[in-house]
Design a protein around this ligand. Structure first.
Ligand SMILES: Cc1cc2nc3c(=O)[nH]c(=O)nc-3n(C[C@H](O)[C@H](O)[C@H](O)COP(=O)(O)O)c2cc1C
Length: 286
């Protein structure tokens, strides 16, 4: 509905982190603060906040806003209790336009220096939930941390260096040695994958549902793609993750006012000089 009313996609994606985002004006920030105070356990709508609301909204608007937030809370409580999964009703504008998804670009375990072309390089546009920026980070990093849910409800987190973009709505990883992740996905498709640029200290958390293929046309197609991109290890199965939500992950360093250039410099310095990753050859003196 927000999109139908003209709310840009960037704002929809920034909602989870609205306090840090520069995209929201004062009125919107007040409404979001009110929503958080109504929703988050331990917070409250105190007199000062209510007075600020009354200075901006008339009584009808406050009642409407309160009813909307209360309804969203009720529906999320209902859905959580009955395990009703996200319907994936909201997608970025490109996906809403109904174009066919551009198929397969991505990369994994081959030559780390050889990045595959981005959609734009081929004169095509990304059209799904995975924006060009998200796809770029996944392609460059080649490493995702995959969280699945064990039967006893505990988390299972493990790295997958075969994490790649399959298309504009799906990520993929290869099961080379991942029995627990695969078993979990077969029993419960809920999955989250985090991909982080360790220099920029930024990345994305992708939440969605995973499907495991260990044979058939889809399995063959994905394995052939991995082979073309240099993965030589035996692949037991592949997991395709339909991304339903993509949220930014940003280091708190940015909240303290650091620019990306400063953050990059700091961490390049750490890896290159403190850890010495950039050095070649035999160290001097021994
Ligand atoms: C950097 C790194 C990348 C890895 N990439 C993969 C991968 O792409 N696929 C895989 O099956 N295992 C990969 N592994 C190994 C698994 O993470 C490891 O076997 C883990 O124990 C699997 O746990 P699971 O059964 O809970 O999935 C990787 C490990 C590391 C450290």
């Amino acid at each position: 509905m927000g999109s139908a009313l003209g709310v840009p996609d960037e704002k929809m994606l920034a909602l989870a982190d609205w306090e840090a985002s520069p995209l929201f004006n004062e009125t919107e920030r007040l409404a979001l603060e009110y929503a958080d105070r109504m929703t988050i356990t331990g917070r409250d709508v105190d007199d000062a906040v209510f007075a600020r609301l009354q200075s901006v909204f008339d009584d009808d608007a406050i009642v409407e806003l309160t009813a909307t937030i209360a309804w969203e809370n009720a529906s999320s409580t209902f859905n959580r209790a009955l395990r009703v999964e996200s319907q994936g009703l909201w997608k970025p504008a490109d996906a809403r336009s109904g174009q066919d998804a551009l198929h397969v670009v991505g990369d994994t375990a081959g030559d780390p220096a050889a990045l595959p072309p981005l959609p734009g390089d081929r004169g095509e546009e990304a059209v799904g939930i995975l924006t060009d920026e998200m796809q770029r980070v996944v392609r460059e990093q080649k490493l995702g941390y995959v969280a699945t849910v064990c039967p006893d409800g505990t988390p299972n987190l493990s790295p997958k260096g075969t994490t790649a973009v399959w298309d504009e709505n799906r990520l993929v990883f290869a099961d080379i040695a991942s029995p627990r992740s695969v078993a979990n996905l077969r029993a419960n498709p809920a999955v989250e994958i985090n991909v982080i640029d360790p220099i920029a200290r930024k990345g994305w958390r992708f939440k969605g549902r995973g499907v495991v293929y260990d044979g058939g046309a889809m399995f063959d197609e994905v394995v052939a793609w991995y082979r073309r991109n240099g993965t030589a290890s035996p692949i037991r199965s592949v997991a395709l993750v339909d991304v339903e939500r993509a949220l930014p992950l940003i280091s708190p360093a940015y909240e303290r006012g650091a620019t990306e250039a400063e953050v990059r410099r700091r961490w390049e310095d750490y890896y290159l000089h403190t850890l010495g990753w950039g050095r070649r050859g035999t160290p001097e003196g021994c």
